[in-house]
Design a protein around this ligand. Structure first.
Ligand SMILES: CO[C@H]1[C@H](O)[C@@H](O)[C@H](O)O[C@@H]1C(=O)O
Length: 677
């Protein structure tokens, strides 16, 4: 079904004029060089062009017309000399005139990315006869992180933590049966530029989880099998490991990084893996966090822990990604938001050069709106990676439409002022600011074994958008949205208008009827199951929003003991901006300040009235989404139309529940009545 093919559905172009120009150009294909990745590129072009243009690409050897593909080295042997000096190892170039289109690169992988780019240009119906472009990915490591649990727990399922699109696609006991799905998975990743994937959940052992087993001999052949497919699409395989693996897998009495036997165990393990998977990427680790063990047990730091693993991977070219999602060390500060900085800043420069600290975008936990974590501008001597959440744990579980590309743009564009004005997160991640050996971006995957991959069809746009931004964080939301719609639904103007409006406003809408003004956590927590973080439960979240009879919000502006000094962790201009109520952006006001309900916002409304209005208007927006979606009936296949229609209908109900719960909660506390418009 088309929902499965997602943005790779390669729909036929029905405008004859456009079709003609493309058909002329794609009569034949000359390819220099041979490799599995080149083969994947040709396969993709053949599938795509056949479907879109209804022509078969004839393989030729002319190297003078039609589509011409090869690395610069190979093409120069065919007499085609190209300047590839500005290309990075994964970049590509496209040059064309009316007779030919040349795709070249320094590596085969660059050719694959270029092949997907050609298909994207055709699907968005751009002119191809005057191309002269060079593209390099701006970020080095571009990874998907799966929170998928290998094994069959609980209840015989290989479930995905915070996954809302079915169970894991990785069926470890019958991998080869699902080969086509893994190939399609790789195509989706490579088509947007993703070059790595962490196969399993960072929680590896709690409550019966079996992710730790990926390091046992039982799993090595399975990993090897999947790595063989990944390799054809330039995707490196990584796994999450448990810091206590020497004990739970290896049977040693301890996992102390200073014990030579422990180091030897990790070294041997790396040798064992690389013998089977020579291009294995490395490890991701959650340590001393939410029950996953770590080096603090031995009085050692996170750097000591990370370096133990980094040393074992180093001879093989592997990396370790060490998460900074660590909290609960209340001694430093009772405010959770402030804790990671206190723990990690002092060990800046202590990490080996093949270790990367992986930091969630905000100091809390993937809330609908958070300021950017202070750690990004605090560790100039430590490789860094940004972790985003594609799966909608706190943003509606793939049951609400909530397009996150606009949120991610605010993160990339955030100016830390770490080295003066213009030190945006995207520059730090692309290695332009500090001399990082490694830097990157990871997105917690939103895919599962549902036919449409992402549960909500429109959540495919989050998957797509993440990949595109990881390749180039300068792309605009509008560009990405338009690309996705055209490739997914075709070029119908009405579809274009309605879907882009829904997508581009949906984050703000969700924020309005759930947690506006940066208030954060308002959702239900325990019990920890598929439903948690989905519904409102403001009374249980007092320690975050601090609402009482008079006001609400968390004061994080005091740079003195006994208070949260979180805001003081930013560089001065940023600190000053957040510290003052007048200059603090209103969408983060209650994250940084505790204010009375009657405090006036720039609009002239009081905070309490703003909360009421935002919730009411947010629900109305969803009602509009539903109405507008109805106008698309008949313009796409019934399957996809109905699927989204149903989801939007349910969203109205859930949004109304949020509105009623939050508005009545604050009314009961404040006793201030809503003014009806
Ligand atoms: C994988 O565990 C997740 C957990 O499900 C999520 O609710 C929490 O907020 O974040 C954790 C983390 O990021 O480690």
């Amino acid at each position: 079904p088309s929902s499965y093919r997602a943005w790779l559905s390669y729909q036929k172009i029905d405008k004859q004029k456009i079709l003609n120009t493309y058909q002329n150009l794609f009569q034949e294909l000359s390819v220099a060089g041979k490799s599995p990745i080149i083969q994947s590129s040709i396969n993709e072009l053949q599938i795509g062009l056949k479907a879109i243009l209804q022509t078969d690409l004839k393989i030729s050897n002319s190297f003078s017309k039609g589509l011409i593909i090869g690395t610069a080295k190979e093409l120069s042997m065919k007499g085609i000399d190209l300047d590839v000096s500005n290309l990075s190892s994964e970049g590509f170039l496209l040059q064309s005139d009316n007779q030919k289109l040349i795709l070249s690169a320094k590596s085969d992988l660059g050719l694959l990315y270029g092949a997907f780019h050609i298909l994207r240009l055709i699907q968005t119906q751009q002119a191809l006869n005057t191309l002269d472009l060079k593209e390099n990915p701006k970020i080095q490591h571009r990874l998907l992180n799966h929170w998928d649990n290998p094994g069959t727990v609980p209840e015989g399922r290989s479930y995905v933590e915070r996954g809302y699109a079915g169970d894991s696609i990785f069926k470890w006991d019958e991998l080869s049966k699902h080969e086509q799905r893994y190939i399609d998975y790789c195509r989706m990743l490579a088509s947007t530029g993703i070059n790595g994937s962490v196969m399993n959940n960072v929680n590896t052992a709690k409550k019966g989880l079996e992710g730790w087993k990926l390091l046992t001999p039982e799993y090595l052949p399975k990993l090897k099998y999947l790595a063989g497919i990944f390799r054809q699409y330039g995707i490196k395989m990584y796994i999450s490991v448990n810091f206590f693996s020497p004990v739970i897998v290896g049977g040693l009495p301890e996992a102390n990084p200073n014990d030579p036997k422990v180091q030897k165990w990790w070294n041997d393990k790396a040798n064992e893996i690389y013998k089977e998977i020579p291009d294995f990427g490395g490890y991701l680790v959650k340590a001393d966090s939410e029950g996953e063990p770590g080096p603090m047990k031995y009085g050692l730091t996170h750097a000591d822990g990370a370096n133990l693993l980094a040393r074992s991977l180093k001879p093989h070219g592997g990396i370790v990604m060490w998460r900074a999602f660590v909290y609960g060390h209340k001694k430093s500060n009772p405010d959770r938001a402030a804790q990671p900085y206190d723990l990690f800043k002092p060990i800046d420069g202590k990490f080996d050069d093949n270790a990367i600290v992986q930091i969630k975008n905000g100091p809390h936990d993937f809330q609908v709106r958070e300021p950017v974590s202070t750690l990004f501008s605090a560790m100039p001597k430590t490789n860094q990676m940004l972790e985003l959440q594609i799966t909608q744990e706190y943003t509606g579980h793939e049951r609400h439409v909530c397009y996150l590309v606009p949120q991610w743009k605010t993160i990339f564009d955030f100016d830390t002022h770490a080295k003066g004005k213009g030190t945006e997160i995207k520059k730090i991640l692309s290695g332009q600011v500090y001399k990082y050996k490694h830097a990157g971006i990871a997105g917690v995957s939103n895919i599962g074994d549902d036919t449409n991959w992402t549960g909500h069809l429109l959540a495919q746009a989050n998957f797509y958008g993440f990949g595109r931004l990881s390749w180039n964080p300068d792309l605009s939301t509008e560009e990405i949205t338009a690309e996705w719609i055209k490739q997914t639904f075709g070029h119908n103007k009405k579809i274009m208008k309605v879907v882009s409006k829904i997508l581009n406003t949906s984050w703000r809408t969700y924020e309005d009827y759930t947690m506006p003004l940066g208030i954060g956590f308002m959702s239900n927590g325990c019990p920890d199951n598929d439903e948690s973080h989905f519904r409102p439960d403001p009374a249980k979240r007092k320690k975050y929003h601090k609402a009482d009879k008079k006001g609400l919000g968390y004061d994080r502006t005091k740079n003195s003991k006994g208070h949260s000094h979180y805001a003081g962790q930013y560089h001065k201009p940023v600190y000053d901006m957040y510290k003052n109520v007048e200059t603090c952006p209103e969408e983060l006001l209650l994250f940084f300040h505790h204010l009375p309900y009657t405090h006036k916002l720039k609009s002239g409304k009081t905070i309490i009235q703003h909360i009421y209005d935002a919730h009411n208007d947010g629900v109305k927006q969803v009602e509009n989404y539903y109405k507008e979606w109805q106008s698309l009936n008949g313009l796409m296949d019934a399957e996809r139309f109905e699927e989204v229609s149903l989801k939007l209908k349910e969203q109205i109900k859930y949004a109304a529940e949020w509105r009623d719960s939050i508005n009545s909660y604050f009314y009961k506390l404040s006793k201030i009545k809503e003014i009806n418009k």
